[in-house]
Design a protein around this ligand. Sequence first.
Ligand SMILES: *[C@@H]1O[C@H](CO)[C@@H](O)[C@H](O)[C@H]1NC(C)=O
Ligand SMILES: *[C@@H]1O[C@H](CO)[C@@H](O)[C@H](O)[C@H]1NC(C)=O
Ligand SMILES: *[C@@H]1O[C@H](CO)[C@@H](O)[C@H](O)[C@H]1NC(C)=O
Ligand SMILES: *[C@@H]1O[C@H](CO)[C@@H](O)[C@H](O)[C@H]1NC(C)=O
Ligand SMILES: *[C@@H]1O[C@H](CO)[C@@H](O)[C@H](O)[C@H]1NC(C)=O
Ligand SMILES: *[C@@H]1O[C@H](CO)[C@@H](O)[C@H](O)[C@H]1NC(C)=O
Ligand SMILES: *[C@@H]1O[C@H](CO)[C@@H](O)[C@H](O)[C@H]1NC(C)=O
Ligand SMILES: *[C@@H]1O[C@H](CO)[C@@H](O)[C@H](O)[C@H]1NC(C)=O
Length: 805
Amino acid sequence: MAPARNISWLAVACLVAHAAAAPTRNNERAANITDYTSLVRMFIGTVKGGHVFPGATTPNGMVKAGMDTDSPERQAGYDGNLTYKATGFSQLHDSGTGGGASLSNFKLWPYADCADFSTCHTSLSSRKVGRQVLPDGSSPDRASPGYFASNLSTGIQVELTSTRRTAVHRYTFPPNTPSPRILIDVGNDGMNSCTKPSLTIDPVTGRVKGGGNFQASFGPGRYNAFFCADFRGEGYNTGPPTQYGAYSGDYASANTTALSQLGQLGREYGSLSTFKPNPSGTTSIIARVGISLISVDQACSNAEQEVPDFNFEGTHQANRELWNELLGRIAVDTTGVDEETVALFYSSLYRTHIVPADYTGENPKWKSNEPYFDSLYCNWDTYRTLYPVYALHDPLTFARVSAGLIDIWRNEGWLPECRGATVQQYIQGGSNSDPILGEFFVKYGDYAAKLGISVDDLYKSLVQDAENQPTNWDLQGRQTNLWKQYGYLPTDIYEQGGTNTRQVSRALEYAYNDFNIAQVAKLLNKTEDAAKYHGRAANFAKNWNPAVSIEGHNGMMQPLLKNGSFGFTDPRHCSIHDPTHSTCYLDAGNHDGFYEDSPLVYSQYVPHDTAKLIELQGGVDEFVSRLDFIFEQGYFDATNEPSQQMPFMYNYANQPSKTTLRAREVIGSTFNTSINGLPGNDDSGAMGSFVVSLMLGLYPVPGTRQLLLSSPWFSKVSFFNPLFNKTTTISTTGFEGNPAPGATGNIFVKSVTVDGKAWKSACYLDWDVFSVGSSVVLELTDDASATCGMGSDALPPSLSTGGFT
Ligand SMILES: *[C@@H]1O[C@H](CO)[C@@H](O)[C@H](O)[C@H]1NC(C)=O
Ligand SMILES: *[C@@H]1O[C@H](CO)[C@@H](O)[C@H](O)[C@H]1NC(C)=O
Ligand SMILES: *[C@@H]1O[C@H](CO)[C@@H](O)[C@H](O)[C@H]1NC(C)=O
Ligand SMILES: *[C@@H]1O[C@H](CO)[C@@H](O)[C@H](O)[C@H]1NC(C)=O
Ligand SMILES: *[C@@H]1O[C@H](CO)[C@@H](O)[C@H](O)[C@H]1NC(C)=O
Ligand SMILES: *[C@@H]1O[C@H](CO)[C@@H](O)[C@H](O)[C@H]1NC(C)=O
Ligand SMILES: *[C@@H]1O[C@H](CO)[C@@H](O)[C@H](O)[C@H]1NC(C)=O
Ligand SMILES: *[C@@H]1O[C@H](CO)[C@@H](O)[C@H](O)[C@H]1NC(C)=O
């Protein structure tokens, strides 16, 4: 159970909201933008496997009200390809994930034209219809933060908005619709996985409520979800429903009020209600749908509290204001930058805040006053850039997510790695709450008490991952026993309790996890622990086999056997050049040691000790030559996170201009504002936050106080931190806009000043710059020979060269 805290989350929220609302808060604000939400292109990544959720949610909201389609890929419910038909408008979703299509729960569906209640087609396959495609062939779907609209071929306009736990739908029926009807589908959650369904209809109030038990997306667990729907005419009184009944399969049974009255249920069931049309004008019916993961009653009270007045426009405006305030904390000057570039930036920033989702008060597993965040899907994806972006402008959410992680440890015994729909999901790499808490503590540790975080518990939860092995290490913790015994994960030892794959990539992550624990230990003056975990963080070098090479690049991360001999995995494995075309996903048959990226890429990615990597590779020239090889030969894989740091790594070799060029090439060639503008899944915002980092010219090294530096895509950027009530600006001299990718221009950083004083490096900034609210000026040049500087601390720090101490 959670120990009592002398902190109220509400008090923190008020404090922060107050600071944010202060009119003079951002007097150095960079931008001339007044409506940030207008710059968000919601449909980026809604086709071709991006799996982005384009519906209505508040920032990190639990409810995500959106349209579902009959597309094979419907992980977020929706596919922007107009070939696919609409099947319903459901209340909970993830964004940018793989796995199964979970959380498309409780689809509402409007009918304008079914003549008779009992013959109205209720099953998903017979009710679904196309969208009302515009004459030029384009989509009728419209969306902006907090709002989604579509027009169906039946002439019905659908609009959605939301609060944290309540969806508000508005169905506008064609003129003279005699019998507007609305169905609620309990059985089809996206995977037809419902068991234990419940449903009741109140014939007097029209309220429909119920729930069920459903399959999660990426793990063995199941979750409960409940809804409570009320209907109200907009501008007129519908009165009680004129007809109502539960349905099973394709038939609704008039006057029934519960599923139990239908006899044997098939796989599809729910309710159907008919309403009186507006006698004096257009018929718009508001459906207010409260959601809870605890109970039907709580779903009703959530709706009653959050949307007491059924006011669609008011709910929409309040939602939009939350987004505007949040997005505006990172304000860019648009001078000299085209609108699509600005839109790419804010759309990407928007997607860093769809998930994780704030399920506080809705955790069915234990009672606690701590925040509870879910849709951590997965920390493996998001620890690298998403939380470091939160650190820049949203410390309160970052703190609340962190408190939620720790509370999961407190109650389940282990920090979560992947989690969705309230259950543990499959681990991809290490225990990657560690670098999230490491990042939080290094940047906000001094404010932990103020932010409601128990430092003691934070540290204990980290040590648990590092020292103890759970019985099922596919769902929590790590394979710690082997890691402690060998300092690597032998590929010829098969342990009970998990999938004996990815031993090399997992060991590299364990090293980085331990580095993060060392960073926290150091700040807590736990000197011995710090030394121990720093030592374990250096273990990554054990997997380095100097004898394996590719095209003259000697030395690779390779599998190791228990007797200390190396196994062999082709350096091209998992890449587009892999002769065996391995996918390297979570596959029990994949025994080659690597996950979702090639040995070549993993041999280039040790964020806490790049200097050691350079040494292992034989020096800076070889290191740069490898980076070039990775980019020029197509080994850089923008769809998978281990590649993400590559563009910025030239900074470690004192060649920051190459960083600038590569970062701009990556954006230019792979990310844009089209609906297909993502190279793959958004990975719960990991790709969005990656784009944000590249366009800001600030690439984080999580769990450290350093941010790698390059030129931003804007002449000036300001960061408002509502906890500190401070604004930091990064402005440039000589900004001349953004040349085409690959072209040069005034984009290289020649020198840096902070508050008027020369800064030690042109290749990184320290967190102190942001915590005190500084004015950073970057002098830009077109001279690509610019370096990090001449001083001894001009290069970003690394563990083996004494950095971070
Ligand atoms: C935040 O800082 C501004 C000055 O930059 C000040 O006017 C305002 O009162 C501060 N707000 C709070 C809540 O301290
Ligand atoms: C839409 O999906 C259909 C069916 O899979 C496919 O044939 C078509 O190419 C897709 N359209 C676009 C624009 O991607
Ligand atoms: C959708 O339908 C509504 C009502 O007929 C109409 O006002 C609106 O312009 C339509 N939207 C689109 C994008 O076609
Ligand atoms: C349902 O109840 C209404 C009102 O009592 C009645 O008129 C109607 O015939 C009933 N329908 C069925 C199918 O029983
Ligand atoms: C902001 O100012 C720039 C430069 O004056 C201009 O090009 C741009 O249109 C302005 N943007 C907005 C949203 O007003
Ligand atoms: C750690 O030691 C330093 C230096 O003595 C001190 O300033 C700091 O407050 C200590 N931190 C903790 C958490 O005890
Ligand atoms: C280690 O084990 C492997 C596989 O059994 C074997 O081929 C290799 O020779 C062994 N190496 C040593 C140093 O004994
Ligand atoms: C947008 O990005 C996608 C994904 O990387 C790419 O396939 C597409 O060609 C790009 N479109 C444009 C117009 O650049």
